[in-house]
Design a protein around this ligand. Structure first.
Ligand SMILES: *Cc1c(COP(=O)(O)O)cnc(C)c1O
Length: 232
């Protein structure tokens, strides 16, 4: 079995050195990877996982809880795909966080569901700072218009953690830096107490330099994904 924890810890140490404040949480993105890989990563000590296909995550992490009941307390599963109204009720129970709230209608529904389920979920508003119209998420102007009203989208169970951002799908690093810089400055100016979820395998260094609090790393820890039936 691969040595996931060594890679995880070296990313963690690198981020600790680069971060200006509290070092970021490193989310090991295990999407498309089989249960055996998650089991092994768990045994090696990894506790933060990221998944974007809900049924697949439920299957894998239910199994982990059955085999290691203590993992219920210590493991956080982060949902990193777009939140859809039709499936968001399935987030409750397995996921501690969702990083993909991209519309006010799904947010309203998430809030209602959380109260009904009486299960805590922390969420990130996904922003869209590229001109790609395929990208899900809020333009910063939309968030600016809401201003402090954004703080009202919370209840006892549904907690607003911060903003999530991604560079363009092309992976262009100059454009990615531009996106991360804009989002970080927006956060610092208007919502300094909120967290930032930015950075993936190819761009986490610049994200952390710019103040990211959560980085989402898949291929660098687990290797390339075999794009099977469900990826995004
Ligand atoms: C897959 C995915 C990641 C991880 O991507 P890598 O490039 O493999 O690190 C991070 N964030 C989101 C939203 C993803 O879908």
């Amino acid at each position: 079995m691969s040595d996931y924890i060594s890679i995880y810890q070296s990313i963690q140490n690198e981020c600790k050195t680069m971060a200006k404040g509290t070092p970021p949480v490193i989310i090991a993105v295990s999407k498309t990877k089989p249960y055996e890989v998650i089991r092994e990563a768990y045994l090696q000590g990894i506790r933060e996982f990221g998944e974007n296909y809900i049924p697949e995550a439920i299957e894998k992490f239910t199994k982990l809880r059955e085999e290691f009941p203590e993992s219920i307390e210590s493991v956080h599963v982060h949902h990193i795909g777009p939140v859809q109204s039709g499936t968001l009720r399935k987030l409750f129970g397995i996921f501690s966080y969702t990083h993909g709230v991209g519309s006010f209608s799904s947010l309203t529904e998430l809030l209602k569901r959380a109260e009904k389920e009486k299960k805590t979920i922390r969420y990130f508003l996904q922003t869209n700072l590229t001109s790609e119209n395929t990208k899900h998420g809020f333009p910063l102007e939309t968030l600016l218009l809401k201003g402090d009203d954004l703080l009202t989208f919370q209840n006892e169970y549904c907690i607003w953690e911060g903003f999530m951002g991604m560079g363009p799908s092309s992976g262009d690093l100059a454009q990615t830096r531009d996106v991360f810089t804009k989002l970080a400055s927006f956060r610092n100016t208007y919502f300094p107490h909120k967290q930032l979820s930015m950075g993936m395998s190819g761009d986490y260094e610049m994200a952390v330099e710019l103040g990211s609090n959560f980085v989402r790393i898949g291929s660098k820890i687990f290797g390339e994904r075999d794009y099977g039936t469900h990826t995004v």
